[in-house]
Design a protein around this ligand. Sequence first.
Ligand SMILES: Nc1ncnc2c1ncn2[C@@H]1O[C@H](COP(=O)(O)OP(=O)(O)OP(=O)(O)O)[C@@H](O)[C@H]1O
Ligand SMILES: [Mg+2]
Length: 284
Amino acid sequence: MTDPRGSTAPAALVCDGLAYAFGEIKAVDDLELSVRAGEVFGLLGPNGAGKTTAIRCITTLLPVPAGMVRVFGHDAAKERMAVRRLLGYVPQQLSADAGLTGRENVELFARVFDVTRRERAARVARVLEAVGLTPAADRLAKTYSGGMIRRLELAQALVSAPRLLMLDEPTIGLDPIARTSVWEHINAVRAATGMTVLVTTHSMDEADQYCDRVALMHRGRIHALGTPAQLRSELADRRREEGEQDPRPTLEDVFRDVAGSGLDEQGGDFRDVRSTRRTASRVG
Ligand SMILES: Nc1ncnc2c1ncn2[C@@H]1O[C@H](COP(=O)(O)OP(=O)(O)OP(=O)(O)O)[C@@H](O)[C@H]1O
Ligand SMILES: [Mg+2]
């Protein structure tokens, strides 16, 4: 399929029966997931599906109480430092320190991730350049726009030269131009390094455009998985069988189909409710 290195390449990430509960709430419930080396993999799902919790287990910020997580073959429960060295992480909550300059923020991450003193300044300058922040590097982060902050956080995550970059809603709240800019920077680094990317997003357009494969997560589990084109065409086939004349589902339709009425029960929704309503009124 989309794996340029063929099926023999080691998986970048494998979750096997991963489970994590907050008291009674099973946030991640027997999660099975495999991300191929070099691909951009989208983990999609409504609010509360368990995406962030799964990511926090994978990044070793939460323990792995049940099941197994492997990053390029390393066990996240037993080899936490080895796993951390392979990972870059942009959390869902903003993580840059507003009182530091852009460059200082990235330097901090370089130190935390053991980038050697000798290499540090050059590496920091290179990632700031890669995300287009060189001109603003010595300004305080509190003077940055939302898009600049997200690019700064991307630079922080990239400074350790990760093999697996984990992005939890990297483009939330960004205008379309800033969003495209974040993806262009990600793709430029991928082209240069072969880095694997796991991303969560509520933008189905974005997932369709940038992800090689997507998984739809709901209530802690994966309910559908494939390339965006595969998932759309599977739903189109089902709709055709049901007698629809012009079944051209979007990825958002696939998402609705998978998550079904459970979305309403959980209070989960899409960011772009208006366009969904438009689609619904056209269909209805
Ligand atoms: N620290 C916490 N304490 C208690 N419950 C939590 C905590 N963090 C998450 N949960 C619960 O775990 C479930 C999964 O939450 P999680 O944040 O992983 O979902 P998500 O898919 O990332 O959602 P979103 O799209 O809104 O970011 C939810 O029911 C949530 O309320
Ligand atoms: Mg989340």
